[in-house]
Design a protein. Structure first.
Lengths: 296, 440
């Protein structure tokens, strides 16, 4: 059974079609990444999976069950718009969220996660006294107690320092190890590449990419050269077969036109400047994202 | 536990712990009670400054009898009959000859004396006051004009009106040749006692004689309605701000993933009911203790307590549901302030109508208002607590209407809440709110 199954889902707000005939499946026990530019329909899709919005047409099933008007304790949800009752203390608030999802052993699970994310010392502190990063970690815990089978995380890493982000990342991996299905949205392509088992890209409400990173990259072939030279970058676009240049500072990423020969390009490059490094690669997720969202 | 109950439990515990709730619980009765205390103080410490009144008599015959009648009544009422303490000011008159050539200049000069506090007021007895013509009130010459800058409800005019009329009648009788010794016999007032109705015990058939209606008995409906108003203000009022604040802090989206909008709004309404019942139990217990201590327990009307609680539940449910809907539509704290006025229409209008309703508790307006569901709790409570009460069927019919009204309002409110709670930016218009309520 799929953790999530969307069939022909459309959602409009007035004249705006936020999600357009979207179909997707998410297997159980995997980490699935939603990527896409702002306003592409990621949050609307997540809200429909959780049951906050109902689709205008199509069906949304979670663990085989239609989601219309149902609130199940099986789903944990971290919305992009962060907000917690500021006057409550951390432990009481987390136990409230756990109880609301019908959890068992909620106090023990809250204690486990507070310890896991180094927040035990703040268990009795009021939310309003916490830093932004700590508040975000508390909200993450609120989304994952009590042991949901599916967790939806909308931009879980935004605004976090590297240490806090790492503790959230470890928490997500721990949940996957225990069999929880995780769906997360992110604008950080490196995170999506390294953390997600499969990736879905939504653009203008429609699905434009769906699969593992390898499957997605295979659609584009080995058309990317990563190189660094001792002679600047301005001449690179004049090399044979170069379609696009992305200067990353320490090295450059060059996209070749369909049918162009990398060896020919290397020969032309060596004739011009000393080459420090040259590798043929599949395009990065970032590059693919920009190609689609940049309307290339 | 049911999600609605979990939300209600959290909201209740978190709100009763707040300083605002505890402060309101203590301060509200002090604020409302201070009005009554103020009246009592005013009655005990009246303004006893002598009141000088200039009297312009255009009849040429009435001044003496008017002054005589006023001063006789003044002497009778001057001191409290039990304590002998002076309770009202002494009235002194100054007869001013009418200026027939330039009456306006005379009025201006006297007005200036009133403004400079040389006079309390001046009165002008119209030339036809003893025998008014057919033009009646339209012609000031047919009556007495009272000029003053007093603004108080219990100013001199209301007290002096009767003895002045008495004086006019005395002048007429003098003209008719009646012996002045007979004036007090002919014009003397008799006491009209206000009595409750005679009732009969349906089981025993025993007849209960009517009792004299006291002022304290008339205070019972006032106190009950004020208590209802007070509890509504300290429990339902903060809900609009609280929901608007929660919306601005984005706390609802996460909750909506775990609970339906109905659970959320229902939990909040239930918490408001919990707060109101907590307040009312404390207030009712306090009122009973005070009445007992004052040996006035007979005024307690224990039979009205269940109705009081029913009306309270209906009022709080209705207003909390409206508050949740309006709160969900707010885009800023300022919106919450301006929408607050809409929320309190169901309690403000009955409060403003209390005086006319108490004048005629079984009149058409009173009955109609008490069957209009948003006004039923306060209006029916007021009428039920009045001496004589209401026909037995009326509260039950009111209850049915109220249940229907509360159901419709709560249903519409939950639909508005569902749409509004996740919207950000510009607040919706009233038309859009209506559309949300109808279409969801």
């Amino acid at each position: 059974m799929h953790a999530i199954s969307l069939q022909g889902v459309t959602k409009t707000f007035g004249d705006l079609t936020a999600v357009d005939d979207l179909s997707l499946t998410v297997p159980e026990g995997a980490i699935h990444g939603f990527i896409g530019p702002n306003g592409s329909g990621k949050t609307t899709t997540m809200r429909m999976i959780v049951g906050i919005f109902h689709p205008d047409s199509g069906s949304v099933k979670v663990f085989g069950e239609e989601m219309r008007g149902i609130r199940t304790g099986l789903i944990g949800y971290l919305p992009e718009e962060r907000g917690l009752y500021r006057k409550m203390n951390v432990r009481t608030l987390l136990e409230f969220h756990g109880e609301l999802r019908g959890g068992h052993n909620v106090p023990q699970q809250v204690a486990h996660w507070l310890d896991r994310l180094s927040l035990s010392a703040f268990a009795d502190a009021k939310i309003e006294t916490l830093s932004k990063g700590m508040t975000q970690k508390v909200q993450f815990i609120a989304a994952v107690v009590p042991k949901p089978r599916l967790v939806i995380l909308d931009e879980p890493f935004s605004g976090l320092d590297p240490v806090s982000a790492e503790s959230i990342r470890e928490g997500i991996l721990e949940m996957r190890r225990k069999g929880t299905t995780v769906v997360l949205s992110t604008h950080d392509m490196a995170t999506a590449e390294s953390l997600c088992d499969s990736i879905l890209m939504i653009f203008k409400g429609r699905k434009v990419l769906d699969g593992t990173l390898e499957q997605i990259q295979d659609q584009y072939g080995n058309d990317t050269i990563r190189l660094s030279t001792q002679g600047g970058t301005e001449f690179l676009t004049r090399l044979p077969g170069v379609e696009n240049l992305r200067d990353l500072g320490q090295f450059q990423e060059v996209r070749l036109a369909r049918g162009a020969d990398p060896q020919e390009m290397l020969r032309a490059l060596i004739a011009l400047v000393p080459v420090k490094s040259f590798s043929i690669a599949k395009p990065s997720l970032h590059d693919i994202f920009v190609r689609i969202a940049g309307n290339e | 536990m049911n999600k609605l109950l979990i939300i209600a439990k959290r909201d209740y515990i978190e709100s009763v712990k707040t300083k605002a709730f505890l402060f309101g619980l203590i301060v509200a009765p002090i604020l409302f009670g201070s009005g009554f205390i103020g009246i009592m103080v005013m009655e005990k410490k009246p303004d006893l400054t002598e009141r000088r009144i200039a009297l312009v008599d255009r009849t040429g015959e009435a001044a003496a009898t008017v002054i005589e009648a006023v001063q006789e009544k003044n002497e009778r009422d001057l001191n409290d009959k039990d304590t002998g303490r002076q309770t009202m000011p002494r009235y002194k008159f100054e007869i001013v000859a009418p200026d027939t050539a330039n009456p306006d200049a005379q009025r201006l000069a006297l007005s200036r004396r009133v403004s400079s506090k040389d006079l309390y007021a001046f009165a002008e007895i119209g030339s036809k006051a003893l025998h008014p013509d057919a033009t009646g009130e339209k012609n000031p010459e047919n009556g007495i004009s009272w000029y003053s800058n007093e603004t108080g409800v219990n100013g001199g005019r209301s007290w002096i009106a009767n003895p002045m009329n008495d004086g006019i009648r005395r002048a007429r009788m003098t003209q008719a040749g009646v012996d002045p010794a007979r004036f007090s016999d002919l014009l003397g007032n008799v006491d009209i006692r206000t009595m409750n109705l005679v009732s009969q015990d349906e089981k025993t058939g025993q007849t209960h004689p009517a009792e004299k209606r006291t002022q304290a008995a008339m205070a019972v409906p006032l106190v009950l309605v004020m208590m209802l108003f007070m509890i509504v203000m300290i429990t339902a009022a903060p809900m609009l701000n609280s929901i608007a604040e929660d919306k601005l802090q984005r706390v609802h989206e996460m909750l909506l993933a775990s609970a339906t909008p109905f659970d959320l709004i229902g939990g909040k309404v239930l918490a408001a009911l919990g707060r109101s019942l907590t307040s009312s139990i404390l207030y009712i217990a306090g009122a009973l203790v005070v009445l007992n201590a004052l040996a006035m327990f007979g005024l307690a009307h224990l039979e009205l307590i269940p109705w009081f609680l029913i009306y309270l539940i209906a009022e709080i449910t209705m207003l909390s549901a409206i508050a949740a809907a309006l709160g969900s539509a707010c885009g800023s704290p300022q919106d919450a302030q301006s929408l607050g006025m809409l929320l309190f229409i169901p309690v403000i209008i009955p409060m403003m109508m209390m005086a006319p309703i108490m004048e005629a508790p079984n009149g058409g307006l009173a009955v109609a208002m008490s069957f209009f569901p948003p006004f039923t709790p306060m209006m029916m409570m007021l009428r039920q607590a009045m001496p004589g009460g209401v026909p037995e069927w009326e509260p039950w019919v009111g209850l049915v209407g109220m249940i229907a009204g509360v159901t419709v309002i709560s249903w519409a409110a939950s639909r508005i809440f569902r749409v509004g709670i996740l919207l950000q930016g510009k607040p919706p218009s009233v038309g859009e709110l209506m559309k949300w309520a109808v279409r969801g």
